[in-house]
Design a protein around this ligand. Structure first.
Ligand code: BG6
Length: 467
């Protein structure tokens, strides 16, 4: 855990992310003894007092905590909760932080967590300045960071007028998922795979994250973002960075950040013709959504990393709401052998290329599928699948959820799994042609795999999902 007890100021404390992940994350870290003494001050537009916030937090734990909540642990955690409505202003916020620090009674640190939509980030930063809560504090900024190149640049600039870069932690929770880190282990802890990790052996890569979840109560956020800003320019591109980067000189934050940024610099700008935007039927009738909304709830695209390792290898990305299944996979398709000696009809190639597949939802799942002889007369081929499993799968006690891991890292000042200003700005730059000229949204049926043209996009290949 961190050296000093933490005072967390949580902006957006009653919002979807706070209720779904952050409150239970902080509760779990506290009840498992990682952050002794930690106190949390909720801030939001809602007019509540500390007890009102405790009730919301308790409800959130009941609704979203994957683990059982013990009454004693809850009481201890609740005692450290406080709340300041935004309308109370800077002096009230400052007073609450000082109260929390007095209650801790020894040296402590401040962590500000901005769980707010892009347009609310800067006002929160300015409130912190007005409250005199900047010096020595750390600040966690949620994604998306800005909504395009100009707004991200200006946000970075204005942010740097208040906080130093060393204080800023730009979070992308996909990098906190165990399987994302496992990509690094898989690639760089083994001599077996890295030699074939390039254009000579790899035909294409798919990063596919369909979700069954709909909009919920997030219209205010989602109408400002849509699937591209919410998922692609953030999570999917960050995962692509881990997949595609060169071996860093070490696993320290600076070399890892630099290698990821080199991938982003080599990315070709996303062309509108390489993108399919979709919207599920019924989205425009959801509460809080503009009846003429052009926001995409689905996106699939093809992109290229134009460097020595990856030139000519397409990367296909797809994600969307209210799709047929919830999956999070990365699948690497290998090239075909140079010559086939198997007669047509033997089954070779019939089930697609050889694939190595990572499951971003389960660190212990990884599979390799390839052709082998089907037992029996003649030479008939069939797909075989090799599943990798950790020897000891009884790791439940050790596993931290992505947000828990990253909150802990921010408290400890470890930026290895955070994104950089340069990387984020470059990803917005790559997005310019698409954002300036988005293709029209096409409707898809809830529960489907997206609008039809998604298959043309990937032809002559095919989506690996559904399995
Ligand atoms: C969030 C997005 O960052 O990630 C959500 O805002 C999305 O729209 C979520 O549902 C998916 O995260 P996870 O951890 O459930 O895969």
């Amino acid at each position: 855990g961190p050296r000093y007890p933490q005072v967390v100021v949580l902006f957006g404390a009653t919002g979807d992310l706070a209720r779904r992940k952050l409150i239970s994350g902080l509760y779990h870290l506290a009840s498992s003894g990682f952050i002794p003494g930690c106190r949390v001050i909720g801030v939001s537009l809602d007019d509540l007092d500390a007890d009102g916030f405790r009730a919301i937090a308790r409800q959130a734990l009941g609704d979203f905590s994957a683990r059982k909540v013990s009454e004693a642990d809850w009481q201890a955690f609740a005692a450290g909760l406080d709340y300041v409505p935004l309308s109370a202003g800077a002096p009230a916020l400052r007073a609450a932080v000082e109260r929390a620090e007095q209650a801790i009674g020894r040296e402590s640190r401040r962590l500000h967590y901005l769980s707010v939509p892009p347009n609310a980030a800067l006002p929160a930063v300015h409130l912190l300045r007005e409250a005199g809560l900047v010096d020595g504090a750390r600040i966690v900024m949620e994604k998306p960071f800005g909504t395009d190149l100009a707004s991200a640049r200006s946000l970075n600039q204005r942010l740097h007028e208040v906080f130093e870069e060393a204080q800023i932690f730009r979070i992308d929770h996909f990098l906190g998922k165990e399987p994302a880190q496992n990509i690094l282990a898989f690639r760089f802890a083994n001599g077996l795979f890295e030699p074939i990790w390039n254009r000579n052996f790899i035909d294409h890569v798919q990063i596919d994250v369909p979700e069954t979840l709909g909009l919920g109560k997030r219209a205010g956020f989602y109408e400002q973002t849509g699937a591209y800003r919410d998922m692609v320019v953030t999570h999917l591109f960050q995962i692509l960075g881990f997949m595609a980067m060169e071996p860093p000189t070490s696993l320290d934050p600076q070399p890892i950040g630099e290698e990821k940024n080199k991938v982003f610099r080599s990315m070709l700008p996303i062309q509108p013709g390489d993108v399919v935007r979709g919207q599920y039927s019924g989205y425009r009738r959801e509460e809080g959504v503009d009846p003429d909304s052009d926001t995409e709830t689905f996106i699939a695209l093809r992109c290229h990393i134009d460097n020595w390792r990856w030139a000519g290898v397409p990367f296909y990305l797809r994600t969307g709401k209210r799709m047929a299944e919830g999956q999070r996979i990365i699948s690497i398709a290998f090239r075909e052998p140079p010559k086939s000696m198997f007669p047509p009809g033997s089954g070779v190639g019939a089930q697609g290329p050889d694939h190595l597949t990572f499951d971003l939802a389960d660190a212990t799942k990884m599979s390799l599928s390839f052709y082998g002889k089907r037992p029996g007369p003649g030479m008939r081929l069939d797909k075989l699948s090799l599943q990798f499993a950790m020897k000891d799968t009884d790791l439940a006690g050790e596993v931290l959820e992505a947000y828990e891991r990253l909150i802990l890292d921010a408290m400890r000042g470890d930026r290895t799994l955070f994104t950089t200003a340069e990387g984020i700005e470059r990803l917005w730059e790559v997005s310019v042609p698409l954002l300036e000229n988005p293709p029209p949204v096409r409707l898809y049926e809830p529960g489907s795999w997206g609008p039809k043209p998604v298959h043309q996009l990937i032809a002559p290949h095919a989506w690996r999902l559904p399995f």
